[in-house]
Design a protein around this ligand. Structure first.
Ligand code: SAJ
Length: 419
């Protein structure tokens, strides 16, 4: 079998199928990933080298950028990126390219499963036509399904094999074949009635998060006006043992899932003349958080008789969430850009991100043992576990904390400014 796209979703799948005894090829256009995988090395935090090298050395697992490997495949799983383009519309070119590549090397009996997060209809409107235009009959010569990925980077408890997996087949026979494939590696399969339903399940999961994060970000803006600490209120509400699920305000929505997936859904509904109001509103609120944080920083400096212009600021954390090294869509980048535009002098400290070279920002992290008192203010954007909260609170002159990391920390809390 072939897994197309061996990133944070594809590589764990490759390992699971190899572990189940499949002959697996990881197909990717990135020669570096191909080289590392063929060398038995892992480049994904959640995948150990020992998960890979034994399968490579016994010849069961390899990687390639040669699409002719598809001609030998009985099963193909597509795990390619689905970003947004510059106008925040879905960009499914990687899915289209992968499907065209498969169709060029297609043979009777192949099962093709799309895992990339996409709008409802993609599997039936893009994959099925391309995989049947050469005379193959759906459900007989070719089997097509959608199964959303649920990889949670860094999650120690839920890995690919023990996370329930939703499956929707283009026909009942397609579902049967896709179920037979995944039953070798997934403990709990959840069949649904169609690929559209499976595509929608994934979008609901992540839209649920984006909308609830938007809600608590607005609760933070309301609490500011009421003189209430939103984190205290949410933590207290979270003691309700039923009917409540805590989300916490922050500097904005980062990562390559939550800010993006809901917009795939709202885009599709716009094409059906329906406005997905919750999604649009949550996106508006979440996108406004970086600007809101910059205003909080200006207020904090102002309380010390300082302007943003000329102030030396230390940004604590640029990754999009705690204890990860990924800066994709990180609100820190937007916040830093805005502060630079207003004339601030910016440094950052992030033990997981040695340097940032994007968004017009060229910066390297200062060491973790930096003297926090040598800046006019410290701004906490990411609540990395490695930050020494007690020393930061002791040394810093002013702290703007967007993550409530000083909860329970002793010290002079008068220098703290929240959301
Ligand atoms: N965030 C908040 N407040 C919250 C939770 C998150 O501001 O209460 C922010 C984070 O700081 C981050 C962004 O939202 O910038 C996204 O955070 P996330 O916790 O949703 O993490 P992700 O983006 O890694 O989401 C992934 C998703 N996994 C998959 O798509 C398979 C998501 O479905 C998972 O629920 C999430 O991990 C998780 O639970 O860790």
């Amino acid at each position: 079998m072939v897994v197309m796209g061996i990133g944070y979703v594809g590589l764990p799948l490759v390992v699971e199928f190899a572990r189940a005894g499949f002959r697996v090829t990881g197909y990717d256009r990135d020669p570096e990933k191909v080289r590392l995988l063929n060398a038995g090395q892992s480049y994904i935090g959640d995948v150990e080298q020992s998960d890979i090298s034994p399968h490579v050395s016994c010849g069961r697992l390899d990687a390639s950028d040669d699409p002719t490997v598809l001609a030998e495949a009985d099963a193909v799983v597509v795990c390619v990126p689905t970003p947004l383009n510059k106008t925040k519309d879905p960009d499914i070119r990687f899915i289209v390219d992968a499907t065209d590549t498969i169709s060029r090397h297609q043979h009777p009996g192949m099962v093709v499963v799309l895992e990339s997060t996409t709008y409802p209809g993609t599997t039936n409107e893009v994959l099925v036509p391309k995989l049947t235009e050469n005379g193959m009959t759906l459900g007989q010569d070719v089997f097509v399904a959608f199964s959303p990925e649920r990889v949670d980077p860094g999650n120690e408890k839920y890995k690919t094999h023990n996370t329930p997996k939703v499956l929707g087949g283009a026909t009942p026979r397609c579902l049967e074949v896709a179920t037979a494939l995944y039953s070798h590696i997934i403990q709990n399969l959840v069949p649904v009635s169609s690929p559209e339903a499976a595509e929608m399940v994934k979008l609901l999961e992540n839209t649920f998060r984006a909308v609830n994060i938007g809600l608590v970000n607005e609760i933070a803006m309301m609490s500011r006006r009421l003189g209430i600490d939103p984190f205290e209120v949410i933590r207290a509400a979270a003691t309700k043992p039923f009917g409540f699920m805590p989300f916490y305000p922050g500097p904005g929505l980062g990562g390559h899932c939550i800010p993006i997936d809901p917009l795939y859904l709202s885009w599709k509904l716009r094409s059906l003349k329906y406005q997905a109001r919750f999604i649009d509103l949550a996106d508006a609120i979440n996108s406004s958080m970086p600007g809101y944080v910059v205003e909080r920083i200006a207020d904090a400096l102002n309380s010390d008789g300082r302007a943003v212009k000329g102030s030396e600021l230390l940004i604590a954390g640029v990754a999009y969430k705690r204890d990860v090294s990924d800066v994709r869509e990180s609100p820190a980048l937007d916040i830093i850009s805005r502060l630079l535009e207003r004339g601030a002098l910016i440094s950052y400290v992030d033990p997981h991100v040695p340097d940032v070279n994007e968004h017009g920002i060229e910066l390297a992290s200062v060491p973790l043992d930096v003297d926090f008192g040598s800046y006019d203010a410290v701004v906490v954007i990411t609540d990395h576990s490695a930050f020494d909260r007690e020393r930061m609170l002791r040394q810093a002159k002013i702290i703007v904390d967007t993550r409530d990391i000083f909860r329970g920390v002793e010290g002079d809390r008068s220098k703290l400014h929240g959301l």
